[in-house]
Design a protein around this ligand. Structure first.
Ligand SMILES: Nc1ncnc2c1ncn2[C@@H]1O[C@H](COP(=O)(O)OP(=O)(O)O)[C@@H](O)[C@H]1O
Ligand code: SF4
Ligand SMILES: [Mg+2]
Length: 367
């Protein structure tokens, strides 16, 4: 699919949460949950947003929809500047932007029937009423693989996977063009995860939907994403088409995440890259490259703690934030002046190679 104009354009998005202390609630600091994030999503495309828990993925997804109010930055949807819209216009645009939540157990009102949950959006946006709305609800339930007669039942009667289907039907009811899928399968059994991912893919194909698909590990996104953005401590640290990201993971953090993904070829033996220490607090992020206390790159040095790595285009369409991975616009002279001792050198540990290097030489044993 070709993408001319992005549907969604996000620029320098930040969301800081104030830390309040004491009985008077004095503000003693800020949690930098999202710290200068930029990306586009084209119509019909899936951009995956991946990173460890707490790195700011959900806050990004919610800030894009203005479910949390961004601290700064801009969000354009079909050319509308979302952050400048008043309540009425925001509601009009919001119909086209929906969200499917991570937890299918808490995201559905237990006192509402499945039918009432799916019907709510139709009523709010005046899309259908009466028997037309009933028919639409039945059709939506069928579309997500549920029986239409389930409309009269309540959420507690359903499994996690079925509830997630209800959540998807609710999002679809208002005919959106874009859905934030916030870890939609993370709470589900592994056997059910693939079914829900397949459903999302079928719906995307049939309806031309665009997704911001949030996940904490890369294995879930390999088959659904067109492009992947990797987040660490509120920043996007790598951003590339899915094949490029899996074949040439460039930011050392991505390499570590990828080393945890099971290799598709069972003959490929890999050591998992274990990251040193815990994720630092986003209230007090490390200086320079926020990943430097945990980084395994052999050229990591004092320059990494001093220089904020720009998100650079390392290969066409492949962006990464690392001053040690060549090419880089941060010159060796500048790095030396900041205390650097190791010149940049391109490095991919074997453990991060997701695809076997020698597939072209392997014998076609099964043919
Ligand atoms: N409402 C909130 N108030 C204060 N801090 C928050 C709030 N929501 C999220 N955070 C903090 O922001 C950071 C990012 O959280 P989140 O976006 O939920 O991460 P993720 O979805 O990647 O797990 C975390 O440190 C989290 O504790
Ligand atoms: S800039 Fe330095 S610390 Fe950051 S990822 Fe690159 S090598 Fe590691
Ligand atoms: Mg989250």
């Amino acid at each position: 699919m070709t993408h001319d104009q992005p549907l969604l354009v996000v620029r320098d998005l930040t969301k800081y949460f104030p830390i309040k202390r004491g009985v008077f609630g004095n503000i003693s600091g800020q949690v930098r949950a999202v710290d200068g994030v930029s990306f586009d999503v084209a119509a019909g495309e899936t951009l995956a947003l991946v990173g460890e828990s707490g790195c700011g993925k959900s806050t990004t997804g919610r800030a894009v929809l203005r479910l949390v109010e961004p601290t700064s930055g801009s969000v354009y949807f079909e050319g509308d500047d979302l952050l400048a819209l008043g309540a009425g216009d925001l509601r009009r645009v919001r119909r086209k932007m929906q969200i499917v939540f991570q937890d299918p157990f808490s995201s559905l009102n237990p006192r509402m029937s499945i039918g009432a949950i799916v019907r709510e959006g139709l009523t709010i946006h005046r899309l259908a009423e009466g028997s037309a709305a009933d028919a639409r609800v039945r059709q939506l339930l069928e579309e997500v693989g549920l029986r239409p007669e389930y409309a009269t039942r309540y959420p507690h009667e359903f499994s996690g996977g079925q509830r997630q289907r209800v959540g998807i039907a609710r999002a679809l009811s208002v005919e959106p063009r874009f859905i934030v899928c916030d870890e939609p399968v993370s709470a589900l059994d592994v056997s059910v995860q693939a079914q829900v991912v397949n459903l999302l893919q079928d719906l995307q194909r049939d309806r031309g939907l665009a997704y911001l698909f949030i996940a904490h590990d890369l294995s879930v996104v390999e088959h659904i994403a067109d492009r992947v953005a990797v987040m660490y401590l509120g920043h996007i640290v790598e951003h590339a088409p899915v094949d490029a990201l899996f074949s040439t993971p460039t930011m050392p953090y991505t390499q570590a995440l990828l080393s945890a993904v099971p290799a598709p070829d069972p003959g490929v033996k890999r050591e998992r890259i274990l990251l040193a220490g815990d994720v630092p607090s986003p209230a007090n992020p490390p200086s320079g490259c926020v990943f430097h206390p945990r980084c395994q790159h052999p050229a990591r040095d004092a320059a990494c703690a001093a220089i904020v790595p720009p998100l650079e285009e390392k290969a066409p369409g492949h962006w990464a934030a690392c001053i040690k991975q060549t090419p880089t616009a941060v010159s060796w002279e500048a790095q030396r002046a900041a205390g650097g001792a190791s010149p940049p050198e391109f490095y991919i540990p074997r453990a991060a190679l997701h695809r076997s290097l020698d597939t072209s030489h392997s014998s076609p044993a099964s043919e």
